[in-house]
Design a protein around this ligand. Structure first.
Ligand code: ADP
Ligand code: MG
Length: 453
């Protein structure tokens, strides 16, 4: 069982966290319904106990092992670090001082916060500016003006990042603030444990004693009736006390099927903000920011100009995928000691690029060409013959001829109702120019890669 649990942990926590925290553990076996581990240091045992024992316990259950508790003993000192599943009872901690300083209010059973998810590291653009401003307002404290703050948007758009940022910032401003962040899944798990150990009183007390409650991915409790019920009461109790609540979901409140109407309506009381899919500018901004921080780890790696732009164009709106691509590029370049050119990027990211691969359409070509040359799409389709639009138009026709299977007359028609001989002329012209004009060659190449890759 532990093997399967380990696999899941590796997937869920990521290779780094897994290596740091889970790998050093030695599984000793079950004793009654307690899973026992040896940890190399008290600190590590503590950490895992505080941050991952719920998760480990849950995974054991998923794999058919009914575990009521997970215990970590240090291999050196025989001090056991007990992590009981029931909420409210603070786990016995071997190094309480180090722990409580590191993570703020130690008795709150929140999920660990990612140190990278701060406001400083959050890149703001049109698609997320409102969500960012609202999150900032909440983190700054002061009178509660909207309650709850409801953030929603597709996967990888920064909901969790913003919630962690709120927690970091609120704690920085007021170290005594009781800020509780957890996923809806953890909320449910805590609640079920409380029921099971007949300890719902301390569950209620605990959740109602916080200054800021943040529940991530609330869509998870849809269809889970008793959890919804408890959530509803917690919610009301906190709102009555004027405590701030922040909720996230992948959809707008009204669109979460299986969520009780009264909860939907509560969730709409405050401010509902959506994180829009990223646009090109935001993706590029994020890539530039992340590239700067990667560059500190890999000073030897150089990224050719145009590569970040290419990624911003070609990779989907999910920021997590974008980040993954960049991380891989840096690691790859550092290993093979090569500059990251467009070629290298394409080779190294072939699978990611393939996943976002689509058939190139003429509309897309026109749009990308217009973007690239900073002219309007209507200019490309217009009869204007000024060089500033005629050349891009020819590039567009050339790309349409080489990247799609459309016929010459069809291409002519789509480029503002032109004759097929105009298209032939454009294709010839660009072919000629490519060999003598390096700017044109580069433009065409760049556009081609963006469109096709
Ligand atoms: P969600 O919770 O909406 O699925 P996350 O908050 O987990 O998304 O974000 C996914 C990844 O993308 C995280 O690593 C996060 O830091 C990063 N990310 C998302 N949006 C931004 C942004 N605007 N600036 C910087 N990083 C971002
Ligand atoms: Mg999230």
């Amino acid at each position: 069982v532990w093997g399967s649990v380990q696999d899941r942990l590796r997937d869920d926590l990521g290779a780094d966290a897994y290596k740091n925290w889970i790998e050093p553990l030695v599984f000793e076996g079950f004793e009654a319904n307690v899973a026992r581990f040896k940890a190399p240091t008290g600190f590590l045992g503590n950490w895992v106990s505080r941050n991952y024992s719920d998760k480990i316990q849950m995974l054991f259950s998923e794999h058919g092992a009914d575990v009521a508790r997970v215990e970590f003993a240090t291999s050196v000192a025989k001090k056991a670090v007990a992590a009981n599943g029931s909420a409210g009872k603070a786990p016995k901690v071997a190094e309480p001082v180090a722990q409580s300083r590191a993570t703020g209010s130690p008795e709150l059973p929140g999920a660990p916060l990612d140190a990278r998810f701060t406001f400083d590291a959050f890149v703001v653009g049109k698609p997320n500016e409102l969500a960012h401003a609202a999150a900032r307002r909440v983190a700054e404290g002061g009178p509660v003006t909207f309650n709850p703050l409801f953030l929603y948007g597709g996967v990888g758009l920064g909901k969790t990042h913003l919630m962690h940022a709120i927690a970091w910032e609120a704690r920085r401003r007021n170290p005594d603030a009781r800020v509780l962040y957890l996923s809806a899944e953890q909320f449910m798990y805590r609640f079920v444990q409380a029921l099971r150990f007949k300890d719902t009183m301390s569950f209620k007390e605990l959740f109602r004693s916080v200054d800021i409650l943040m529940v991530d991915d609330v869509q998870f409790i849809a269809g889970k009736d008793s959890t919804q019920d408890e959530f509803f009461h917690t919610f009301n109790a906190l709102v009555d006390q004027n405590k701030q609540i922040v909720i996230s979901a992948d959809r707008a409140p009204g669109e979460i099927d299986g969520l009780e109407e009264r909860i939907k309506s509560r969730l709409q009381w405050g401010l509902v903000v959506d994180l829009h899919p990223t646009d090109y500018e935001l993706r590029l901004g994020i890539l530039q920011t992340k590239a700067e921080s990667q560059a500190q780890h890999y000073p030897e790696v150089s990224i050719a100009s145009g590569v970040l732009e290419f990624l911003a164009h070609r990779i989907s709106t999910n920021v997590r995928v974008l980040e993954g691509a960049l991380t891989r590029l840096y690691a790859f370049a550092s290993l093979v000691g090569r500059e990251v050119t467009l070629d290298v990027a394409q080779e190294c990211l072939a699978d990611i690029l393939r996943a976002t691969d689509r058939k190139v359409t003429i509309d897309e070509i026109i749009r990308k060409v217009a973007d690239h040359y900073n002219i309007r799409m209507t200019d490309i389709l217009s009869p204007k013959r000024a060089r500033a639009v005629a050349r891009p138009r020819q590039v567009g026709m050339f790309l349409a001829k080489t990247l799609t299977s459309k016929s010459l007359p069809e291409i002519g028609r789509r480029f503002g109702g032109r004759d097929h001989t105009t298209v032939i002329h454009a294709v010839k012209k660009i072919e000629e120019l490519r060999s003598v004009d390096s700017q044109i060659a580069e433009d065409v190449e760049m556009l081609r890669r963006m469109l096709e890759a």
